[in-house]
Design a protein around this ligand. Structure first.
Ligand code: HEC
Ligand code: HEC
Ligand code: HEC
Ligand code: HEC
Length: 146
């Protein structure tokens, strides 16, 4: 083996180790996420492919816009803390029609309300600023689930 090839292999291995170290130190989360919460017994709509990296990096949205742990009404989650899935806390699927719960209760208890509130409230505001943020059902769920 030529020495130049050995050197380039050593460099490649070192680079890999450094990158792995960076990835471990700050878990920025997955690049894309196929949203497939187990609270929904069956998906009526097509699964939403959420571009996590684009939202963090390109759209420059702070982690705390979406990730939280509330203590005394304040979000105490900070970057570096463990991230739980939304449905770990928003454990219900969809709020019942009866009894009619307040919007806050629906969001707190149900994944359907929490996730739509998070994605859609920001998108509505972004759209007003002329950004291409989807607000219509079919823009996020392109077709009915099979
Ligand atoms: C625009 C909203 C949004 C922003 C901004 C955001 N995330 Fe996320 N993140 C999500 C959603 C939604 C999930 C999927 C949660 C689920 O499956 O219930 C997720 C998942 C994750 C996961 C994986 C959790 C798991 O167990 O699957 C990690 C880690 C994570 N995010 C870290 C971060 C960090 C660190 C930042 C800031 C650099 C960040 N996120 C910014 C919405 C966001
Ligand atoms: C900004 C993107 C977005 C928009 C707009 C949106 N949704 Fe969703 N929706 C989601 C995400 C993300 C989930 C969570 C899916 C999961 O985690 O399984 C979801 C979940 C659902 C679910 C529960 C899962 C299922 O497939 O049965 C239904 C039903 C649903 N949405 C219907 C709608 C309807 C109806 C509209 C329009 C009024 C709409 N959504 C608009 C992103 C969106
Ligand atoms: C550790 C538990 C926990 C996790 C994990 C969690 N939530 Fe929440 N979330 C709550 C609680 C509790 C509230 C009610 C806060 C209050 O009473 O002011 C809340 C409130 C909300 C609200 C309304 C207020 C606000 O902060 O905008 C939205 C929207 C929301 N959650 C969406 C999400 C989404 C989306 C995820 C996943 C990316 C998620 N939550 C993960 C516990 C959690
Ligand atoms: C705090 C603001 C914010 C939140 C929360 C947010 N988004 Fe977005 N999203 C944006 C903005 C801004 C754009 C458009 C950016 C542009 O094109 O300039 C966007 C664009 C998108 C797009 C189209 C382009 C792409 O990146 O694929 C999809 C799909 C999308 N968001 C899905 C979601 C889903 C699903 C959620 C909830 C889990 C969510 N977003 C939560 C701000 C947000």
């Amino acid at each position: 083996m030529k020495s130049s090839k050995v050197i380039s292999m050593v460099v490649a291995v070192c680079f890999g180790l450094v990158m792995a170290g960076v990835a471990m130190a700050t878990d920025k989360g997955p690049e894309t996420i196929t949203m497939d919460s187990k609270v929904f017994a069956k998906h009526k709509k097509s699964l939403v492919i959420f571009n996590h990296a684009k939202h963090n990096v390109d759209y420059k949205i702070a982690c705390t816009e979406c990730h939280h742990v509330y203590k005394d009404g304040k979000n105490v989650w900070k970057e570096g803390d463990a991230v739980q899935k939304c449905d770990a806390c928003h454990t219900g699927a969809k709020a019942p029609k009866e009894p009619k719960l307040s919007k806050e209760e629906q969001i707190k208890g149900y994944m359907y309300s929490a996730i739509h509130e998070n994605c859609k409230s920001c998108h509505k505001a972004a759209k007003k600023e002329g950004k291409a943020a989807p607000t219509k059902c079919t823009e996020c769920h392109p077709k009915a689930a099979k």
